[in-house]
Design a protein around this ligand. Structure first.
Ligand code: SF4
Length: 356
């Protein structure tokens, strides 16, 4: 069993990265060491007892693509490590960029869930530090430590924090809204892990990109052929006509056209804007189709909620230009002069004061 010793201040700690951790974080180098050390032969995937792993990997991908949900099941570490590996092989062989991007994001969200739970529930500070060191420090070069005064909080250097949080658009992530003390930002477990979501996703993406595959075992090849047919409609991103929309809306649509992840605040702006100009719920749902985490049911519910057809019945307004500016979502051009809400964009000057 591959284990990693953790050294701190020249002291050897008795805590080790164990098999339970490898099941949750199969992207760690220790998991690759496990495959190497067991001399696992690639062609062994053709043995009938491996069918379970291949089916599991295919199910994981189908769940991600069809339902827009990460697989949160957790089995024994041998199964998890091999499922992770087979899933990467399948994604590489399918060779569709949108599928790779979605899978990278969902693998990151899966790991994020386990890591948040571990940091919240783990009683041993040594074990928490081991995870912080192995995942944050070794993989992403971020120093994270447990707060001295409250072991439910974690501290991150301001520079490390800003490097990541400056890409988040929600107000909560602005430094002014954080607890900052002596050069460190203090975060709870959830927020600490959220900081590295895009790096985790990039790690998976790069793993697939750098893979070189020789002959595939027949059992994997058969499954890959089936999945390639099923996923074919997802191979192309929908291209939305970018008309005379305000620059902030155009930018959101451009992000969507590339199949990239749009922050929650930008999704809200896009949906409320489209509702305000009279687009139907169905037309707006289609706009979100390229999102890596697209789930039709959830998207429909959220848009109906914004339209006032669910919950309290309140129809949401398009956020003001000032609010969008604060969220780093404003991409103003000269044509924006004199407006305070995107909905006024393109109106004759005498109507610019009216927001609906
Ligand atoms: S000024 Fe308003 S309409 Fe123009 S890009 Fe910024 S938020 Fe959008």
């Amino acid at each position: 069993m591959p284990v990693r010793q953790y050294f701190s201040c020249h002291q050897r700690l008795s805590i080790k990265i164990g098999t339970g951790d490898l099941a949750k974080y199969p992207f760690l180098n220790d998991a690759s060491d496990y495959v190497r050390e067991t001399h696992f032969d690639f062609q062994e995937f053709d043995r009938p007892e491996m069918d379970h792993i291949i089916d599991r990997a295919a199910e994981r991908l189908e769940r991600e693509i069809a339902k827009g949900l990460p697989d949160e099941k957790l089995d024994k570490y041998e199964i998890e490590i091999l499922t992770f590996l087979v899933t990467l092989i399948m994604v590489k062989s399918i060779g569709m960029e949108p599928i790779l991007k979605k899978h990278a994001l969902f693998e990151a969200m899966r790991a994020e869930k386990f890591l948040t739970e571990d940091l919240m529930r783990e009683k041993s500070e040594q074990k928490k530090r081991l995870l912080l060191s192995t995942i944050f420090k070794e993989l992403f070069k971020v120093n994270v430590d447990i707060s001295e005064n409250d072991n439910r909080l974690f501290k991150v250097k301001i520079t490390d924090y800003l490097m990541r949080a400056s890409h988040f658009h929600e107000q909560d992530w602005k430094l002014i809204n954080r607890l900052v003390h002596k050069g460190f930002v203090y975060l709870d477990a959830d927020e600490t892990v959220r900081l590295i979501r895009s790096e985790l996703s990039e790690l998976i993406y790069n793993k697939v990109k750098s893979m070189t595959l020789s002959t595939l075992p027949e059992a994997i090849k058969t499954k890959v052929n089936e999945l390639s047919i099923k996923f074919a409609p997802h191979n192309q991103y929908h291209r939305y006509k970018i008309q005379d929309y305000p620059p902030c809306v155009k930018h959101a649509l451009e992000v969507m056209n590339k199949g990239e992840n749009l922050p929650h605040s930008a999704r809200l702006m896009l949906a409320t804007y489209m509702l305000a100009i009279g687009k139907s719920i169905e037309e707006i749902i289609m706009l979100f189709h390229n999102a890596p985490d697209y789930n039709e049911k959830v998207t429909k519910y959220q848009i109906e909620h914004l339209a006032g057809l669910r919950g309290s019945g309140t129809k949401y307004s398009v956020p003001s230009c000032q609010k969008l500016l604060n969220q780093n979502l404003c991409f103003a051009t000269e044509e924006c002069n004199g407006i305070s809400n995107p909905i006024q964009f393109g109106r004759p000057p005498m109507l610019k004061g009216q927001s609906s």
